[in-house]
Design a protein around this ligand. Structure first.
Ligand SMILES: [Zn+2]
Length: 129
């Protein structure tokens, strides 16, 4: 059971859905960018070592961005699975209902704020949320 009203729940579902669409687009764009930057690096056979290093660095950045978007997409899909299973909005550590305000700010939250803080304090490096 969760304490969310029907309206709150629908709101969160919509937010997750929109976020999912955006992540998919960003991943697609990021992969396209990596491909074209990779091409440029290959084509620049006459480029000096500095250019090669810069091209490689840009690829690394694009790679990190795609990886981050992919991780978020994974979080969204996991949230949708919890929604379908009826376990959405319940802290996976303590079983408390997660307040709507937290879910509205962070719809993929798996933990209540207290458990998230404990987790962040005991894990290094700390995650952003
Ligand atoms: Zn908790």
């Amino acid at each position: 059971m969760d304490a969310l009203t029907k309206e709150e729940r629908e709101n969160l579902v919509r937010m997750l859905h929109e976020r999912k669409g955006r992540m998919r687009e960003e991943i697609r764009a990021g992969l396209a960018r990596m491909r074209s930057e990779g091409h440029e690096a290959h084509l620049s056979g006459t480029a000096d070592a500095g250019d090669e290093a810069l091209a490689s660095l840009m690829l690394d950045v694009a790679n990190a961005e795609v990886a981050r978007d992919a991780a978020e997409l994974q979080d969204i899909l996991a949230a949708e699975i919890r929604l379908a299973a009826g376990s959405y909005g319940v802290c996976i550590d303590c079983g408390t209902e997660i307040p709507y305000a937290r879910l509205a700010a962070y719809p993929t939250a798996k933990r209540c704020l207290a458990c998230q803080q404990v987790r962040e304090a005991t894990r290094a490096p700390a995650r952003r949320r």
